[in-house]
Design a protein around this ligand. Sequence first.
Ligand SMILES: CC[C@H](C(=O)O)C(=O)SCCNC(=O)CCNC(=O)[C@H](O)C(C)(C)COP(=O)(O)OP(=O)(O)OC[C@H]1O[C@@H](n2cnc3c(N)ncnc32)[C@H](O)[C@@H]1OP(=O)(O)O
Length: 304
Amino acid sequence: MNRKTGFRFLIRIMERWKNTARSFGEVSNFRDTSIEEMESALAKYKGGEVMLSKEYWNEGIAVIYLNHPEKKNAMSGKMIVDLRKCVAELESFKDGKAVILTSKGDNFCSGGDLDFVRASGTPQGGFFMSTIMHNTLKRFRNLPLTSVSLVHGPTLGGGAELSVYSDFLLAADNVKLGFVHGKMGIMTPWGGTTRLRQLLGERKALELLLGSKVYSAEECLQFGLVSKVVNTTNRLDEALDYVRQLTIHHPSIVRAYKTVTSHYDEEQFEKSLVLERELFHPMWGSELNTAALNKNIKHLEQKK
Ligand SMILES: CC[C@H](C(=O)O)C(=O)SCCNC(=O)CCNC(=O)[C@H](O)C(C)(C)COP(=O)(O)OP(=O)(O)OC[C@H]1O[C@@H](n2cnc3c(N)ncnc32)[C@H](O)[C@@H]1OP(=O)(O)O
């Protein structure tokens, strides 16, 4: 390679690196970044909200709503940070007995907000997102509250991962639930693999993840993923009735049982999440992921 060719090659490499160094401000030692800095990096990606309702607080029941209707409740960076704040508040809900995780609008969650996904698509961005989401969902799981996810309509990718971090999963009869990440050229970024392995065992977890099939309510029930199918229109009332049957005892009893069950295999769970993040984050913004993402975005644009 002569000097001129070599120089052009170097320019091409630099251009490619510059294009991938997105607004996260790429640094080589990103693993040393504090949680607070990761949170503020994610919070820059606006859109939607995650809010905590205290409508049933006097019964010891909290409700968390995802709300991003213009994007089918896709999770933006800001919503990821909102969710974290809701979990932090519930860690102080001392008389609490239960929490329902659900959504406003006509579906639960269509996964990561694809605009946020594209803008944050580098291994560093993936490491930040996974670190924050793993920590948040682990803390959500460890809340001494009976937790129920109530899903309806499209519940895809990251939305499916969110849904399985509760103790119980209730699906409306119009649900379409799928771990479609493989089609995006990635594995689960939010801890879904670890949680499915723990909940369903190796074989069923692999079937959901490797097949990336989108399941109906009945199929989710048959598969053992969902505890109950509810009527889409009355879903929240049915979920409240379900929760009330699991919170008949004094808060101290409910919280004690949940503390034991959620901490039973904590060490192994933590190790598995670290491995999942190590394997996922280099995939974020990879050529495979970028090609799949662009195809997905083009498909959505063509529907307009
Ligand atoms: C981090 C986790 C991981 C990742 O992101 O890499 C994943 O979550 S992988 C899975 C990513 N999600 C998807 O692939 C779902 C994409 N969306 C759809 O397939 C459809 O929108 C569907 C099935 C959710 C709903 O279809 P429907 O025909 O009912 O509605 P539209 O498609 O017209 O959507 C309405 C409106 O919402 C916008 N939209 C939907 N999903 C997303 C999303 N994930 N991110 C951003 N925006 C989304 C869609 O573009 C439409 O916008 P509009 O401006 O009204 O045309």
